[in-house]
Design a protein around this ligand. Structure first.
Ligand SMILES: *Cc1c(COP(=O)(O)O)cnc(C)c1O
Ligand code: SF4
Length: 437
């Protein structure tokens, strides 16, 4: 009896102890884990930390080479993102491969270019890249929660010397103010969501005061690598702006976790349209089956696949680059095979600042004076007969009523559009280099 009594008591004590201590402890642990600042403070930045976290070891030579690599391009992984790695198969793990360095990053290939997209050359003032007629890229931050090994701005991000102050944005605001043709401003970086809420609020409010800015976009990878950054407070800042669009950067279905979905839901529920830009990466997502799953999962969570990028020619990215054909094959596997709005546009961002060029399978096979020959996704070859006496829309009245706007800033047509326009008599476009000789 006595013995049993003692036993009972100790069991109770144990449960009480557990009730008192364990749940509390795990609640604080969970709270910490879900605190984006805690995630940032505890970022993994050294090879040894990765070894410890994943319970793996690299030999001494590997380690020296890896350390040399991260001296050039810093290592930074949020504990959350690292927790998505399957440590048993870490070498081919898509999360690991995007976050962990490979010594191949130090190889500069024949085709590599330091600033392939001419973001610096096309920069009229600090922070602004102005390449297209009606929109600009505005670099507002130079840090990211996780440094993607495939980042096209690698040579810039993680440069700790550069931490923009509010005053650093003034030249960019002046530029936008003085360019009434800019109707769309893309906040980019680095990652704009690594700025404080107050700074984000300031940027959005400041831009909203510029009348001709009709659309503001933010590009952020936080829903993927730091979903806890999407807090109610941040959403309250964002949802005041009814012209705001957000683009994120999921590359693999493994990244669409319950935490990521919760972040996306918060943004959607605040009425913010969401898009996704993926980069085609060798050995990570260069597969039609996987890509279909990714775009379907994204649309399931109200994210519209926007672009699929061919990997850029930035230095040290050759091991990530695929054949262009791999992307075309993916596009072939999507169009017609799944919801049209799940199909992104596959683009090559032209080296030398040429901008994004869409690339896709050919659907227009041939044509005559009155007929086009098309093929569909199943390989059916079909014809479309043109109308007998088609006359092009005469746009005089529309043009006249809008003449003022056109004169002000919606300018003359440029590019191939100019050659097609009946109202313009240009018959040839000459490459600048030839003209200036
Ligand atoms: C990608 C990009 C844009 C935006 O292009 P969209 O096709 O409108 O999304 C604008 N400016 C620069 C410099 C860019 O690289
Ligand atoms: S989040 Fe974007 S800018 Fe930052 S490292 Fe990744 S690709 Fe580069």
């Amino acid at each position: 009896m006595k013995k049993a009594g003692v036993k009972q008591l100790s069991a109770k004590q144990a449960v009480a102890k557990q009730l008192a201590a364990k749940p509390l402890k795990s609640v604080t642990k969970q709270q910490k884990w879900r605190d984006w600042r805690w995630q940032l403070q505890n970022r993994i930045t050294r090879i040894e930390e990765v070894e410890r976290a994943l319970d793996i070891t690299f030999d001494a030579t590997q380690k020296t080479a890896l350390t040399e690599t991260i001296e050039k391009f810093p290592l930074s992984i949020t504990p959350y993102y690292l927790s998505l790695v399957d440590s048993k198969h870490y070498e081919d793990d898509p999360v690991f491969m995007q976050a962990f360095p490979r010594t191949a990053e130090l190889n500069v290939s024949r085709a590599d270019i330091e600033d392939p997209l001419h973001e610096d050359a096309d920069s009229p003032v600090e922070g602004i890249t102005h390449r297209y007629p009606d929109r600009v890229l505005f670099h507002v931050s130079n840090v990211c929660a996780m440094y993607c090994r495939h980042c096209t701005r690698k040579r810039k991000v993680g440069d700790t010397d550069y931490n923009p102050q509010r005053s650093d944005y003034e030249a960019a605001f002046d530029y936008i103010e003085n360019h009434p043709e800019v109707r769309d401003v893309l906040l980019s970086g680095g990652d704009p969501f690594l700025l404080e809420n107050e700074t984000i609020a300031y940027l959005l409010e400041r831009l909203s005061r510029i009348k001709h800015v009709e659309v503001i976009r933010i590009g952020t990878r936080t829903p993927v690598v730091l979903p806890f950054r999407i807090t109610d407070q941040l959403v309250n800042v964002l949802k005041k702006h009814k012209n705001l669009w957000i683009n994120t950067h999921f590359n693999h279905p493994q990244e669409i976790t319950p935490e990521a979905v919760a972040a996306l839901d918060k943004l959607s529920e605040a009425g913010i349209p969401l898009g996704n830009q993926s980069v085609l990466l060798a050995g990570i997502n260069d597969c039609p089956v996987l890509m279909k799953q990714l775009v379907q999962k994204l649309t399931r969570h109200r994210v519209r696949p926007y672009y699929l990028y061919q990997c850029d020619l930035s230095e040290g990215l050759e091991h990530f680059r695929t054949d262009v054909g791999a992307g075309i094959e993916i596009m072939e596997s999507l169009r017609g095979h799944t919801s049209g709005f799940a199909v992104p546009t596959f683009v090559i961002d032209a080296p030398g600042g040429g901008g994004k060029i869409p690339v896709m399978p050919n659907y227009l096979i041939s044509w005559s004076a009155h007929k086009v020959i098309l093929r569909n996704y199943e390989g059916v070859i079909t014809t479309y007969e043109m109308p007998q006496d088609y006359k092009r829309h005469q746009c005089d009245s529309f043009c006249q009523t809008n003449a003022k706007a056109h004169k002000e800033h919606r300018v003359d047509p440029i590019g191939v559009d100019r050659l097609l326009r009946d109202t313009n008599d240009t018959i040839t476009l000459m490459p600048m280099e030839v003209v200036s000789e």
